[in-house]
Write a protein that binds this ligand. Structure first.
Ligand code: HEM
Length: 496
């Protein structure tokens, strides 16, 4: 009891000292201030907010943050314990933030929770980040994408094979299958190897599980802020599991690198113009430390999680809207005349409704619902309004995509036509950011877009998707990626 009392007193003193130091920033920043509990005085309220968010469920926390972003359509400042945080909600200000060199760094308290500190997604925007970013853009450029078209289509075929084995009308969680096919797709395009062929079934399962465990460990830490300090987290079983998983992933990385190196030594018909990330890494190995290589591989392959979640959300939305599904099927049938056409990016890009559906699905369910940035130098967000160095910024794409003044009163509804040329042309560019925007825009955005389209085409050509779930069943939570609190229940009916 005594220890608890002392801890609370020490915490309060620290908060007061910190308040004093950051009071100037707070005072000078002339934007609305949101108190989560207006009855409490300033310092207690700061403590209250962080405790409330720490003990509340991930689902509830997601709701609180979104309600806050929707309540203040421009900007709002809040205290999360000792930290002054500004939520930037207006598309024009979002553009300013995402394009400014002063705000390119991530809020590391959160992002360092995942043990991939060298990966592009998590590291600060240093000269090294720039160099690595340039380096990896090569593997996700448009020509690279062209070379992946066959893999996308093959993976789509495998997906359909799995669905053909489902009994007509039986209900299953489509996300389980989708995540695995996204994993295969990312392994194949990144490593130019079929992981299922390369590893026996149990090793393959161990590798996927290891990815899931590291992801879960991150989610767990992010959900329970009292686990943030390493000294506490080290005591948990999740940390022990995470360590074992990391060993498996390290062996996986060693194995694929070694296989690739020896193939290159044997000069086994590896085209020097190959875009696969692994070849690019092996050819330039001296530029990276081995931990950097591990972090990059895990980050790029680990993106299967976000892609898989986004694809599952999209397929569920299509299943929930049979009328849109039928129109989409007809558009696909008009454009795709043979299995070969599915492998042709120009034909895929011509299917207008497909583009609208992917956009609308990623508007309602952006794979990464928010990003958090660190202001690394005083930053003028509008003439005369300076956000001081050290303040953290949050941009919620999830809320941005629901602002009624941009999207109208039907913002919560699934209406692909809102992206038709005549409806979209007057909309401000930074109102719709499923892959973020500006300097740190997602490296895999074009890749993901094409993968989402091809898989949808493959699936709808062969099946009708059904679900009894409704839009209200989208109970959501988020850590890095947007997740449903429930499963993605669907059934499929093969088309004649
Ligand atoms: C639907 C799937 C995906 C979505 C919604 C998505 C979304 C995002 C978002 C919002 C960011 C943060 C950008 C920022 O901080 O402003 C990001 C970063 C990133 N994404 Fe994706 N992503 C997806 C798939 C992928 C895939 C498949 C890859 C790789 C093959 C990938 C690679 C990356 C990388 C490397 C970054 C870090 C960029 C940087 O900070 O320089 N993403 N992504």
């Amino acid at each position: 009891m005594f220890v608890v009392l002392i801890s609370i007193v020490v915490l309060c003193v620290c908060l007061y000292v910190h308040s004093f130091r950051s009071y100037r920033s707070w005072y000078e920043l002339n934007i609305p201030y949101h108190k989560f509990n207006p009855r409490y005085p300033f310092c207690i309220e700061r403590l209250y907010t962080i405790l409330k968010l720490a003990i509340t469920s991930a689902e509830e926390r997601f709701k609180i943050i979104n309600a806050l972003c929707l309540q203040y359509s421009d900007m709002v400042k809040v205290w999360f314990g000792p930290q002054l945080v500004v939520f930037v909600n207006h598309p024009q200000r979002v553009q300013k933030v995402l394009r400014s060199p002063e705000c390119t760094d991530k809020w590391d308290m959160f992002y360092r929770l995942i043990e991939r500190e060298n990966a592009l997604t998590f590291r600060t925007a240093s000269a090294k980040w720039k160099e690595h970013r340039k380096f990896f853009n090569f593997s996700y450029s448009l020509p690279a994408l062209e070379s992946y078209m066959n893999t996308f289509a093959d993976v789509g075929d495998e997906f359909c094979e799995i669905l053909y084995k489902k009994k007509a009308g039986s209900v299953f969680n489509i996300q389980e299958i989708v995540k695995k096919i996204c994993f295969d797709m990312l392994c194949e395009t990144s490593c130019d190897m079929k992981t299922k062929v390369m590893f026996d079934e149990s090793t393959y399962e161990d590798i996927i599980n290891a990815f899931e465990i590291t992801e879960e460990a991150f989610n767990h830490k992010a959900e329970f802020p009292f686990l943030y300090p390493d000294t506490i987290f080290k005591l948990t079983k999740i940390r022990r599991d995470e360590k074992k998983a990391q060993q498996i992933l390290d062996e996986f990385r060693n194995h694929i690198m070694e296989t690739r190196r020896s193939k290159m030594r044997e000069n086994e018909s590896i085209d020097s113009g190959n875009y696969a990330l692994i070849d690019h890494l092996v050819r330039n190995e001296e530029k990276f430390t081995s931990k950097e290589i591990l972090d990059h591989i895990l980050n790029f392959i680990g993106a299967y999680e976000i892609l898989g979640n986004t694809m599952s959300h999209m397929l569920l939305l299509i299943a929930m809207h049979p009328e849109v599904q039928e129109r989409l099927y007809e558009s696909i049938q008009k454009s795709i005349k043979s299995d070969e056409d599915v492998r042709n990016s120009a034909i895929i890009k011509q299917i207008e409704l497909l583009d609208l559906v992917v956009k609308e699905a990623t508007r309602l369910m952006p794979g990464v619902p928010l990003v958090m940035r660190d202001v690394n130098n005083d930053f003028e967000i509008e003439p005369g309004l300076v956000i001081p160095k050290g303040v953290k910024l949050v941009v919620s794409f999830y809320a941005l995509h629901r602002h009624r003044d941009v999207w109208g009163n039907d913002a919560e509804e699934f209406k692909p036509e809102r992206f038709c040329e005549e409806n979209a042309s007057s909309r401000f560019l930074f109102s719709f950011l499923p892959f973020s925007g500006g300097i740190r825009i997602c490296v895999g955005n074009k890749y993901s877009n094409m993968a989402l389209k091809i898989i949808t085409v493959q699936l709808l050509r062969k099946f009708k998707l059904r679900t009894t779930m409704k839009m209200d069943d989208f109970r959501l939570k988020s850590t890095i990626s947007l997740k449903m609190c429930t499963e993605h229940w669907v059934s499929v009916e093969a088309r004649e």
